[in-house]
Design a protein around this ligand. Structure first.
Ligand SMILES: [Zn+2]
Length: 563
């Protein structure tokens, strides 16, 4: 028997063989049964999810001599020739390599020639790669398609298909296959093709496939050709463990081995990123992890050891190197540099590296020299969501910090909330005044600004009296009395009411904040010249002193301007 790839051999030939695309199948079968098939379809979805296979099935059923319930018979001449790829009714064009306007004109010319009574199906793969001119030519044809012609435009990137094209087509979206469906399919193929493949290898194949039927079967084919075992292939586990153990030598050895085995650095990097992504999902949204159960447990354990920061940083660093690899002559070097960065956190002094290190310390991964080192602490899991809690705040034990009410109250005194913890020894009256600065620092910025301008005047058993610079300021400050009372209690251990007075001297700058009053020395009207000469040599004479020295016998007329 001629060697045929597994994917071709097990390519779906009927709608009901199409895996995981029930919504697409339903729409197309109903259209065929009711003879209401469209003339232009846009099939979008990841590679290997069955877009062109579906287009071929559509072509078959439209031309089948005895279709049944919207399915092709699969045995008539027409079905046979389409299956073997010799039919004139199906035309496949890869828009990525035939993206010019000439290719499109040629296609359109051919589309106008048709056998009466037969449907011709034009499949344009990767339609988002068409040039502008080619797209314009296609658009014209889509506006008035020849009868019995069906266009199927396939793309992995529907956002890049112009809006005008999209608006003239029926858009059907193909999805990646759920793991369960894919596993069932793989096991069926193994049985049908009589392959010998180990359980480990099946798990490996499913991971490699990443939800694409074609990629999965290609991976299966490789494994089967190699004896059905995963063999000596370096698994990406080695890289993940090297990052988590902070072992650059291990990471570099794994790289060398992998490349020696024939992996290219780019796809190797992609594989590591894919693995890191699984770890990331396993931390953040375990329900989205598409892995066999046993494998999911391994990945969850790796994810826990790495911690979210290291995971994010690793994905970022390797993702950046993937972009650079497009232009770099030596992709391997880029991969190696990235891996060393990730396995030697001292090289990356950024905050993410430090947070990552802390998280791994918390997870008990970093080995410490002495036995009294940090005790392994399980990563906290939110019982409501079953997800790991991330971030500094979530990790802190939840302490209740009572926030006192801040409603404006015209009353001058308010009892403080009782729940505030008190210092062991309440402060004395004078200590309360002395601790005023400490009280201020604990207030919110706005309240702190207001209360910075008031001065504690006196304190007795029940009341602290504050002096405000003016009436308006006092009224403003009174609105926040409850917060200040609470803060006062926290700092001094005393439950005090607050009363206000207006400081009559408050307009004088020197009386603010109970600053010690500056001693203003009288300057005598008459200055003895000998005194000046004999005056003690001050280190820093004031400007006024210097002036009076310069003008012996002068008088200072306006004292207010002294400062
Ligand atoms: Zn048929």
């Amino acid at each position: 028997m001629a060697v045929q790839s597994l994917y071709r051999r097990y390519r779906p030939r009927r709608f009901d063989e199409l895996k995981g695309q029930e919504h697409v199948v339903r729409a197309l079968r109903n259209a065929v049964i009711n003879h209401r098939e469209g003339q232009a379809y846009l099939f979008s979805g990841p590679r290997g999810t069955g877009k062109t296979s579906t287009a071929r099935i559509l072509a078959k059923v439209l031309n089948c001599e005895s279709p049944e319930d919207g399915e092709p018979c699969g045995i008539c001449n027409s079905c046979g020739s389409i299956d073997s790829g010799n039919s004139y009714d199906v035309l496949e064009l890869d828009a990525a390599s035939n993206n010019g306007v000439e290719n499109m004109r040629d296609l359109i010319e051919r589309s106008s020639l048709g056998n009466p009574g037969r449907h011709r199906v034009f499949i344009l793969d990767e339609v988002h790669m068409l040039s502008k001119a080619a797209e314009a030519a296609l658009l014209k044809t889509l506006e008035e398609p020849p009868p019995h012609v069906v266009f199927v435009l396939a793309t992995t990137d529907p956002q890049k298909v112009s809006e005008t094209i999209r608006s003239r087509t029926q858009h059907l979206q193909f999805h990646l296959l759920p793991l369960h469906d894919l596993e069932e399919h793989v096991r069926w193929v193994i049985k049908d093709a009589n392959l010998k493949v180990s359980e480990d290898a099946i798990a490996h194949v499913l991971i490699q496939g990443g939800g694409s039927a074609r990629d999965t079967l290609s991976a299966l084919e490789l494994i089967a050709a190699g004896g059905g075992e995963v063999g000596e292939q370096m698994s990406s586990d080695e890289f993940i463990e090297a990052i988590s153990e902070q072992d650059p030598a291990r990471a570099l050895a794994a790289t060398a081995f992998s490349i020696q085995q024939g992996n290219d650095p780019r796809s190797l990097t992609e594989e590591i990123v894919r693995h890191l992504r699984e770890c990331f999902l396993s931390l953040m949204a375990p329900e989205l992890v598409q892995l066999p159960e046993q494998r999911a447990t391994v990945v969850a354990d790796q994810a826990r050891k790495l911690g979210p920061s290291t995971l994010v940083r690793s994905i970022e660093v390797l993702g950046e190197s993937l972009i650079e690899m497009r232009h770099a002559p030596d992709a391997r070097l880029l991969l190696e540099v990235s891996l060393v960065k990730l396995t030697n956190q001292t090289l990356g002094g950024d905050i993410a590296a430090i947070i990552g290190r802390l998280e791994r310390l918390e997870a008990g991964v970093v080995r410490t020299a002495d036995a009294t080192g940090p005790v392994a602490k399980p990563v906290p899991v939110n019982p409501a969501t079953g997800k790991v809690q991330v971030g500094g705040k979530a990790r802190m034990p939840q302490t209740s910090t009572p926030t006192p009410a801040t409603q404006p109250k015209p009353v001058a005194s308010t009892p403080a909330p009782a729940s505030v913890s008190k210092p062991s020894e309440p402060a004395s009256d004078s200590q309360v005044v002395a601790k005023w600065a400490e009280v201020l620092t604990g207030l919110k910025p706005f309240v702190r600004a207001l209360y910075s301008a008031v001065t504690p005047q006196s304190c007795n058993d029940t009341t602290l009296t504050l002096a405000a610079p003016n009436e308006m300021h006092m009224t403003k400050a009174q609105e926040h009395i409850p917060v200040v009372v609470a803060q006062l209690e926290t700092v001094t251990g005393r439950t005090l009411a607050i009363e206000f007075t207006v400081d009559k001297d408050a307009t004088s700058p020197t009386s603010r904040n109970a600053r010690p009053k500056v001693q203003e020395t009288e300057i005598s009207d008459e200055v003895d010249r000998s005194e000046i000469v004999d005056a003690p040599n001050k280190a820093m004479p004031s400007a006024m002193d210097q002036l009076t020295k310069a003008f012996p016998g002068s008088q200072v007329v306006d004292q207010a301007k002294k400062k």
